[in-house]
Design a protein around this ligand. Sequence first.
Ligand code: ZN
Length: 188
Amino acid sequence: MLLIIEKRTIIELVSMIGGETAGKVMKLLLKKPGITDEEIALKLKLDVRDIRRILHRLNELGILHYELTRDKVTEHRIFKWYVEEGQVTGFIITHMKKILDRLKRKLENEKNNQFYWCGTPGHRKYLFDEAMDRLFRCPECGKPLQPYQNDEVVKALEWKIAKLEAFLEELMKVGKAEEIEEKPAKSR
Ligand SMILES: [Zn+2]
């Protein structure tokens, strides 16, 4: 039932939540259920310890589970990983809602306030009172703090929010479809 949501969407969202590598790990897991941490590391050409960290994090979030076996010859423990199919949709919806909330708060903040900025990428932007306290000089580089036009930021945020809302609406529809489909299975 998980795969009513497109795999591509799942991968994209896991990347958004857990980073690019987490997205790649998810892609492999969806393609090859039961793949081991070592096989994933080999395929992605990454340190197996980094892969294990990602796998355990996704496991803590409840979207993966593993099966523990032993190599018959070497007796080494082998972890085989699987996507927790029933959990993914709910997990993604919860996290997308959180991201959406954060973006909306940020948008409100950008819309309602005039910011002052030195123009150096990475340096903080200040509200009027904060800028005044600093005598309209950036404490990091000393350049003057000037009114900052945030139209571009507002536009970018609005675009992102619209995209996420559309995604979310799609997912909710899928969630409802799943509930309906599950009923006959239970009465078996
Ligand atoms: Zn500065």
